[in-house]
Design a protein around this ligand. Structure first.
Ligand code: P6P
Length: 334
């Protein structure tokens, strides 16, 4: 018998804090966890089972899909559509919402996800992940609609991610802090290994795609220039830079040792408000970051307060260590 707390045990104990919890949410979360285990298995097998490379198709984002984008999306849909906890789902990989088919009962929750974030990295064996967010379905109408998903991030009841890296981990918040679980493949269970994850308020590490430097807005230019000036500049200390091109990996590093992640609005495509998607990247990660004591902003407003206007809406993202993100925000207001 292992001597750790399994994620199933943890979720059930969490449920006891929730007045009138029916067990519905706990069962939904277990189905999401199962989907992440299946995805971990497929991603880790990689070339052995012929899942690498392009699917020769494009998603709603106009991005060429990897075979694993399509496969992992299918895994999430099949694992979560049947149990009767959801009214509908939405995914980075699907243009429209996915109402639960009539052959299954419908429930009171909505599930939003990016089934394989950072998938451009999968062929070069760099960490990728799954991001998910759970909302209550407003339920005014018998048929779930896109409008039902357009809730500000503060309405999330749960957010989490799985990271398929040197180990597979699942990090979760239900609004009572952030906890990390590591997959023990010998027993097929996620075990609590990182209780009460918190982000240090200060950091000397920032993450941004520096190839976009000439397109950045002025406050971000100023912040990064000051970091690069190091000891000789106004910050009086040296900084380190990272860029993995996988948001899950960047956020996990920040949760573990602090840091600032920035994907700011840039003039590369002036019509685009940012690169990252609000509903299934920025909102779940912002919920997790705030629950871990960090800050998450567009530079001008708190991300969790944004009222979404579209399922695939993009936003600028500046998140991580409280004191550094607040500095970037202050530069936006200067
Ligand atoms: P770029 C992955 O495609 C993603 O959505 C995030 O996971 C990641 O942080 C970002 O885009 C990487 O963008 O422009 O550096 O490839």
């Amino acid at each position: 018998m292992h001597n750790g707390t399994t994620i199933t045990q943890f979720i059930i104990e969490e449920q006891r804090h929730i007045q009138g919890a029916s067990g519905d949410f706990t069962s939904l979360l277990n189905d999401v966890v199962t989907a992440c285990k299946v995805i971990s298995n497929v991603v880790n097998k990689g070339a052995l089972i012929g899942v690498m490379g392009s699917a020769e198709s494009e998603n709603i984002q106009g991005e060429t899909q990897k075979k694993l984008d399509v496969i992992t999306n299918e895994i999430f849909i099949r694992s979560n559509e049947w149990a009767g906890h959801l009214a509908a789902m939405a995914s980075e990989e699907m243009e429209e919402i996915y109402p639960i088919p009539a052959r299954y009962p419908r429930g009171k929750y909505l599930l939003v996800f990016d089934p394989l974030d950072g998938s451009s990295n999968v062929d070069v064996n760099i960490s990728v992940g799954t991001i998910f967010s759970i909302l209550r379905c407003p339920g005014e109408s018998p048929e779930p609609s896109t409008q039902d998903f357009l809730q500000p991030g503060v309405e999330q009841v749960c957010a989490g991610y799985a990271i398929y890296g040197s180990s597979t981990m699942l990090v979760l918040t239900t609004g009572h802090g952030v906890n990390g679980f590591t997959l023990d493949r010998d027993i097929g269970e996620f075990i609590l290994t990182h209780p009460n994850m918190t982000i240090p308020a200060d950091t000397r590490e920032f993450a941004i795609n520096a190839s976009n430097q000439r397109f950045w807005e002025a406050p971000v230019q100023r912040y990064v220039e000051e970091c690069l000036a190091g000891k000789t500049g106004p910050r009086g200390r040296d900084f380190n830079m990272r860029w993995v091109a996988s948001m899950v990996a960047e956020v996990h590093r920040i949760l573990t040792r602090g840091g600032v992640f920035m994907y700011p609005k840039d003039t590369k495509d002036p019509a685009r408000a940012g690169k990252l998607r609000l509903l299934y990247e920025a909102n779940p990660m912002s919920f997790i970051v705030e629950q871990a004591g960090g800050v998450s902003s567009t530079g001008l407003e708190r991300i969790l307060d944004i009222r979404p206007e579209g399922l695939h809406q993009r936003v600028p993202v500046i998140l991580g260590s409280k004191n550094e993100v607040e500095r970037v925000v202050a530069y936006h207001k200067a």
